[in-house]
Design a protein. Structure first.
Length: 558
């Protein structure tokens, strides 16, 4: 059909070109086409226009030294002229019309242009529009195309097409086109699986296309987009394939449906289950189609068989352990409660004493838990509990009462001053002042025990001085006697004064603690002193080079 339309358009074009050539042969001698303007001072009597659209008429004046231009136009066969109000060397005709004449007036100056003896006007030219025109009527079917030249026509209507001939002229073709209907219709069809439509049963989404001819002989197309319910392979019961013993999991239809009927009687889109087995659900979509889905759920188990804790080797140390034996769907992983870390081994080491929770996780995430206690090692001590100090008098010694409740590999005492054997189990000390001794022992298992024992040194000098005596010769308490203990090496400068500061007795030597001269008979240079209050003063030289001043009151009674 397209080829026939094209040949018809070519035939029209050839006829129009022939008419133009015949018309040109009939023109008067000297006639002129648009492309054949003379270079003289006059127009051809006739200017033939053979192109569609605006036409430019160029003045034939060849003198380049002109200063004034004006076009004139005549509508009455060149009987009268009037200005075209165009003052350039060319004039554009929009559109050009046959039977209208144009001429060109020009001069070198405006005054000359108005004077009759120097006015110059070209010969006129008559416009003759000679464009071959033909008409045609045609009919096509919808979705077909009619070409006129290179113009594609697809809709009903009247069209004007301008064709260009080989010699540059135009040919006009008027086309009246009628487009006959050729339906191309599209329909949506929803079916249940296996349901029949137009004689066929459908189980999957399909595009069904049917073609036929209308009474006018045009092709028509019917398109049926068939949507079959549940043809989407993704429709299924979503959920885990395993459920832990004692736990729960959920099963859910992965697409929204109008209704659900589960094998356990539930009518919700999602159910919670705690047992293994085959679960079924019949779903109904919004078209009323039904389909049964299945999901097999396996029960997954994990059990802790034994939990074996081992106590610490040393009290407070991280030497305890826990061993776990479990069974279930492997591989199994083991961990301690409170920690996210899991291990393939069921042994936990370097634990301190205390309560622990253990858990075992199987391959499907099921968990078994248990609790246990890691006992602490018994308390190790070096001294009897509660006996960690002793008091001694200055100058005495004491045995440090070591009484360990465990065997040890090594022992050491600190500090060294006052110790007769720093690494012996039996130690005597005689510290000059209060001292704390630290002992450290190591057991065969490597446990280190450190304790201390405090020796408190009491500042006791064993000094006694009577507060009164009666030197009356009755043989009873006749002398005042200063008594000192053996911690005093000697007494120096023992003196007795009355209350006015008069010296009545002096022992200026270094008298040992047992010397009888550390006494007073109540006389001054052989004469009895008066009864009253007296004061004694002395310097004590103690062991280990220390000295101390003592003094007191003596009451003399006669």
């Amino acid at each position: 059909m397209y080829q026939a339309l094209f040949m018809s358009a070519v035939s029209h074009t050839v006829n129009l070109l022939a008419q133009i050539l015949m018309f040109r042969a009939l023109l008067l001698p000297g006639s002129l086409l648009l492309s054949c303007l003379l270079s003289a001072q006059h127009f051809d009597p006739v200017t033939v226009v053979c192109t569609d659209g605006p036409f430019v008429l160029q003045a034939p004046v060849s003198d380049d030294d002109l200063s004034t231009y004006e076009w004139e136009i005549s509508y009455d066969g060149q009987q009268s002229w009037q200005s075209a109000r165009v003052y350039t060397s060319s004039i554009t005709l929009e559109p050009p019309r046959s039977g209208i004449s144009y001429r060109f007036r020009y001069g070198r100056a405006d005054s000359c242009n108005t004077a009759g003896d120097c006015r110059r006007v070209t010969d006129p030219t008559l416009i003759n529009v000679a464009i071959p025109t033909s008409s045609q009527a045609d009919t096509i079917c919808m979705r077909d195309t009619l070409f006129v030249g290179t113009e594609a026509l697809t809709r009903t209507g009247d069209y004007r097409t301008v064709l260009r001939t080989a010699d540059g002229c135009d040919s006009i073709v008027n086309t009246s086109l009628t487009v006959r209907p050729a339906p191309d219709e599209f329909y949506f069809v929803n079916l249940c699986p296996g349901e029949r439509f137009r004689g066929q049963a459908f189980t999957h989404d399909t595009l069904l296309v049917e073609r036929y001819q209308t009474e006018a002989g045009c092709d028509s197309i019917l398109n049926f987009e068939i949507k079959v319910s549940f043809s989407d392979d993704d429709l299924a019961i979503a959920g885990s394939d395993y459920v832990c013993r004692g736990g729960q999991t959920s099963l859910k239809v992965n697409q929204g449906m109008a209704s659900y009927a589960w094998s356990d009687g539930s009518t919700e889109g999602e159910i919670s289950v705690d047992k293994g087995g085959l679960y079924r659900v019949t779903v109904t979509d919004f078209q009323g189609c039904t389909m049964e889905l299945e999901h097999n759920l396996t029960l997954s188990e994990v059990d802790i068989v034994t939990v074996d804790p081992a106590g610490t080797v040393c009290e407070g140390s991280a030497t305890g352990s826990i061993g776990v034996i479990a069974s279930g769907d492997g591989p199994l992983q083991y961990g301690l409660s409170g920690s996210d870390s899991l291990s393939q081994e069921g042994v936990f080491e370097e634990l301190t004493a205390g309560d622990y929770g253990v858990r075992v996780v199987n391959a499907h995430g099921c968990v078994a838990e248990a609790t246990t206690t890691v006992p602490d090692a018994g308390e190790l001590y070096l001294f009897t509990p509660g006996k960690t100090s002793a008091q001694i008098a200055f100058g005495d010694s004491v045995r440090l009462p070591l009484a360990p409740n465990f065997a040890y590999d090594s022992l050491y005492w600190t500090p060294a001053p006052g110790l007769d054997c720093p690494d012996c189990p039996t130690v005597f000390v005689d510290p000059p002042f209060t001292q704390e001794y630290v002992v450290e022992a190591t057991s065969p298992e490597g446990c280190r025990v450190t304790e201390s024992f405090r020796v408190i040194v009491m500042e006791v000098k064993d000094t006694y001085a009577p507060t009164a005596f009666s030197p009356n010769g009755d043989g009873n308490n006749d002398r005042w006697q200063l008594t000192v203990g053996k911690r005093v090496e000697f007494v120096e400068n023992l003196r007795v004064y009355d209350r006015w500061g008069q010296l009545h007795m002096l022992r200026d030597g270094k008298l040992p603690y047992y010397d009888e001269q550390l006494s007073w008979d109540g006389t001054h240079f052989g004469k009895d002193v008066k009864p009253g209050t007296y004061i004694y003063v002395a310097t004590l030289h103690l062991n280990q080079g220390r000295t101390e001043q003592i003094s007191g009151v003596i009451t003399l009674i006669r």
